[in-house]
Design a protein around this ligand. Structure first.
Ligand code: GLY
Length: 354
């Protein structure tokens, strides 16, 4: 394990100081700058460059913050080449794509969500319809699909040929105790003899949070979830307070990465509450990640050095236009647009990846 860089050390020290009690950022001695926007802002996971651009373009035309965020992530949901979200997403262990999403609208304090939704390319839009057209917050599985049908959402086979081929390769190579066999002409290492190593599982997702010039906030998180999951598995993305939380007076936050870890610490809610207590968005993200690292006790989820063998990222924006993002492990990026052109910036981090 490499020694922490000075930057990483400062971040870790700051978070350690913050872990005991939520204190204003001035007491943390944290030297990292936090970005700020005067005008409209959209922040997203790294796969959200086009999403943030679309959201900003729409807000400039006067669109509502939630409509702008949803239109942004729809680009990724409908992209067959993004295997972590919507159409083209990697399926569950039975080869069926099940999607999760939630939305929160700051000005009205509205929330809606769907989980384990099949056959609909844009679960974020269904989540918004749950918010607008029901007295509920979360619909799941068959009920969510019937609700989407009732509202005229078109049904599609979400499993693209490419995603099916990737799933089939996994099916044929993940166990030597079943009857699925890797073809003899398969190239690459014999995956049957490979042990699962750190960072084996992927949890692709897009989160996008928006703020307009009035300081109104919204957010959306949408995903096909953990690839090859047990059918019915629901991650953090459709859980209000885990994969997304918006308080229009304080800030908005969302997550990507290992959803089970985020759910256990009520991740996005923890980030927003840390901002309420005075932390900057970036410090608040690090604070929540530190809690995840502290709460990861299962040896199965730990590296030899005791650190988590998975990653989680949080993204956050405050009411006053400050923004930041952080990951457990170094090297991550996030997408940001502060009114001009979307760009990637580096996430802060807890630990430097060797
Ligand atoms: N964060 C996405 C998931 O765990 O499903």
């Amino acid at each position: 394990m490499k020694e922490l860089s000075r930057r990483g050390f400062l971040q870790t020290a700051a978070v350690a100081a913050a872990a005991g009690a939520l204190k204003p950022s001035t007491s943390l001695g944290h030297s990292e700058p936090t970005g700020r926007a005067q005008g409209p802002l959209a922040i997203a996971s790294a796969n959200g460059l086009p999403a943030t651009q679309k959201a900003i373009d729409l807000m400039r035309q006067g669109a509502d913050t939630l409509d702008a965020a949803i239109a942004g992530v729809n680009i990724v949901e409908e992209d067959p080449n993004d295997h972590s979200v919507g159409y083209g997403g990697l399926p569950n262990e039975d080869g069926v794509v099940e999607l999760d999403s939630c939305v929160m609208h700051g000005p009205s304090a509205g929330a809606g969500a769907v989980a384990a939704l099949r056959n609909i390319k844009t679960p974020s839009r269904v989540a918004r319809t749950v918010m607008q057209r029901t007295d509920h917050v979360l619909l799941v599985g068959e009920g969510a699909l019937r609700f989407a049908r009732a509202h005229g959402f078109e049904e599609t086979q979400l499993l693209t040929d490419e995603a099916r081929r990737i799933w089939l390769k996994w099916k044929e190579s993940h166990s030597d105790r079943d009857d699925w066999i890797t073809p003899t002409d398969a190239t690459g290492p014999n995956q049957r003899s490979q042990r699962l190593s750190d960072f084996t599982y992927t949890y692709g997702t897009i989160n996008c949070c928006t703020r307009n010039t009035d300081g109104d906030l919204s957010g959306v998180t949408t995903t096909s979830g953990l690839r090859y999951k047990i059918p019915g598995r629901v991650g953090d993305s459709p859980i209000i307070g885990a994969g997304l939380f918006v308080d229009n007076e304080i800030g908005a936050a969302g997550s990507t990465g290992r959803g089970e870890a985020v759910i256990k610490i009520c991740g996005a809610h923890t980030v927003v509450e840390a901002m309420r207590a005075g932390m900057s968005p970036q410090q608040a993200c690090l604070h929540a990640l530190k809690r995840i690292a502290d709460q990861t006790k299962d040896q199965r989820l730990l590296r030899k050095d005791g650190r988590p063998n998975f990653d989680v990222k949080f993204y956050a924006v405050s009411k006053d236009g400050r923004y930041g993002a952080a990951a457990i492990w170094s090297g991550a990026k996030f997408a940001i647009n502060t009114g001009d052109k979307s760009r990637h910036e580096d996430c802060a981090f807890l630990f430097e990846r060797a």
